[in-house]
Design a binder for this molecule. Structure first.
Ligand SMILES: Nc1ncnc2c1ncn2[C@@H]1O[C@H](COP(=O)(O)OP(=O)(O)O)[C@@H](O)[C@H]1O
Ligand SMILES: [Mg+2]
Length: 372
C-alpha cells in the first residue's frame, strides 16, 4: 500500500490510555486522530483532533467515524460484534474484525491458540453445570474459573481450591461460557509483542518480564533475562499466531516461563499492551508507533531495546511525593505518563518508565496509592 499521506486521519475506537498513547504516536508521525468513544471525558480526548461520542452500537456514530477516517484501529477488544462488523463494512479495520472477535473471547482465543499448536495451560472450556463438574473431576486443584468475555485486570475470575465450590464459583461469574484452568506454578511471567504488516513482514519486541499482583500488572522490565531457548520458543509462538491469524497490526502474547524453561501462552491481545509501555522510551520504535506505522502503511520500525528499563504502574491513586522521590533517585531518567483518569481502587491511572535499569524497586507509596 502507498503510505497514508501526512495529515491524513487515523481512526481509533476506544478512548482509554492505549488510545491516548496511540494518538500521541500518530500525531508524532504527522497524522490526525479521530476517536470514537462512549464517554466524552476520557484519556484519548487529550490528543484526538476529532472526538465522536456515542454508543458503540449506534450505526450513526460508527458512520460519523467512518466519514472522518478510512482506516481505523481498536484500542479495546471489548467491542460488540455488530460494531466491528459495521465498521469493517465502511472502513479498513486494522486488525481485522475476525481477530478481535476471536481474541475478545477467552474461550475462542484458547481454542484458536491451542489449535495452532501453541502451548497453553491445562484447561477446560465449560458452558453448563455438567461441564463444570467434569472439569472439577479432571483438573488438578486449585483452578481458576475465568469468564470468557468482559474480564480484565484479574476481574471476571475466581480461584477455587475446593471441588465442591466449583459450580457456585461458575454461577457467581454468571454461569455462561468460562475457561477453567489449573494453576501454573511459573518461574516468572513475560510477554512478547509481534507486529505484522499487510505484506506479511514481521517485527518482534524481545521478551519483557512482568510482575502481577491481584491480577493487575504492576511491574514490567526489559531485558526480561529469561533463557534464550525459552525466548526463541515464545518468538516462534508469536510468529505462528500472527501468521495463523493473518494479523495486520500488533499482538501481545502473555506467557508463563516454567521452571524447566518451557513456555505457556496465557492470553493474547491484538492491540498495544500495558507490558509494552516501556517501549515508548526504551525501544527504537514503540509498540504504539509500530501500530501506527502498520495502519498507515509505513515500513515497520526497528524494535531494538536501546537500554534496560523498568515500568511501574500507578494504580488506585497517584502519590506525587513518591513520584518526586523516584525522579530524584533517577534524575532525567524517570518518565511519567498520566492518563487523566479519576482515582478509583484498582484503576490504572498512569505509569512511570525508568531508563537505565531493569531492577528499579517501586518506592513506598502512601496508603491508597500503589506504585508497581
Ligand atoms: N492459571 C493460572 N495460574 C497462575 N496464575 C494465573 C493463572 N491465570 C491467571 N493468573 C494470574 O493472573 C493474572 C491475570 O490473569 P489473566 O488470565 O491474564 O487475565 P486478565 O485478562 O485479567 O489479564 C495473570 O497474569 C497471572 O498472574
Ligand atoms: Mg492478562
Amino acid at each position: 500500500m502507498t503510505p497514508l499521506p501526512s495529515g491524513s486521519v487515523i481512526g481509533i475506537v476506544g478512548g482509554g490510555q492505549l488510545g491516548l498513547m496511540l494518538g500521541e504516536a500518530a500525531r508524532a508521525l504527522g497524522y490526525r486522530v479521530a476517536a470514537l468513544t462512549d464517554v466524552a471525558d476520557c484519556p484519548i480526548a487529550a490528543v484526538a483532533d476529532e472526538l465522536v461520542v456515542g454508543a458503540y452500537t449506534d450505526r450513526q456514530t460508527i458512520g460519523r467515524l467512518a466519514a472522518l477516517a478510512g482506516v481505523v484501529t481498536v484500542e479495546t477488544e471489548t467491542l460488540p460484534a455488530a460494531t466491528l462488523e459495521a465498521l469493517a463494512a465502511e472502513v479498513e479495520l486494522v486488525p481485522g474484525a475476525g481477530i478481535v472477535l476471536t481474541t475478545q473471547d477467552r474461550a475462542k482465543q484458547r481454542r484458536f491458540t491451542a489449535g495452532l499448536g501453541i502451548a497453553v495451560p491445562v484447561h477446560r472450556i465449560v458452558a453448563s453445570e455438567e461441564e463444570v463438574e467434569a472439569a472439577g473431576r479432571e483438573l488438578a486443584l486449585p483452578v481458576v474459573v475465568k469468564r470468557a468475555t468482559g474480564g480484565y485486570d484479574g476481574r471476571g475470575q475466581v480461584w477455587v481450591a475446593d471441588r465442591a465450590a466449583l459450580v457456585a464459583a461458575w454461577r457467581e461469574l454468571g454461569g455462561g461460557t468460562c475457561v477453567i484452568e489449573e494453576r501454573v506454578d511459573f518461574a516468572c511471567e513475560f510477554s512478547v509483542i509481534v507486529c505484522r504488516d499487510r505484506a506479511g513482514n514481521l517485527a518482534f519486541f524481545d521478551p519483557i518480564r512482568n510482575v502481577h499482583r491481584n491480577g493487575i500488572l504492576r511491574i514490567s522490565t526489559a531485558p526480561a533475562e529469561i533463557p534464550a531457548d525459552s525466548a526463541a520458543v515464545a518468538r516462534e509462538f508469536a510468529f505462528r499466531f500472527a501468521a495463523g491469524a493473518g494479523l495486520v497490526g500488533i499482538a501481545c502474547l502473555e506467557c508463563y516461563l516454567l521452571e524447566d524453561g518451557g513456555v505457556l501462552v496465557n492470553e493474547v491481545a491484538a492491540r498495544p499492551h500495558n507490558s509494552g509501555h516501556l517501549t515508548i522510551e526504551a525501544c527504537a520504535t514503540s509498540q504504539f508507533e509500530q501500530l501506527v506505522r502498520i495502519v498507515a502503511g509505513l515500513p515497520l520500525g526497528e524494535t531494538t531495546l536501546r537500554e534496560p528499563a523498568t515500568m511501574l504502574n500507578l494504580v488506585s491513586e497517584i502519590d506525587e511525593d513518591a513520584l518526586a522521590a523516584l525522579a530524584a533517585a533517577y534524575p532525567g531518567r524517570a518518565f511519567v505518563h498520566r492518563y487523566g483518569k479519576a482515582p478509583r481502587p484498582g484503576r490504572k491511572l498512569g505509569h512511570v518508565t525508568v531508563l537505565g535499569s531493569n531492577r528499579v524497586r517501586p518506592p513506598e507509596a502512601r496508603p491508597g496509592c500503589e506504585i508497581g
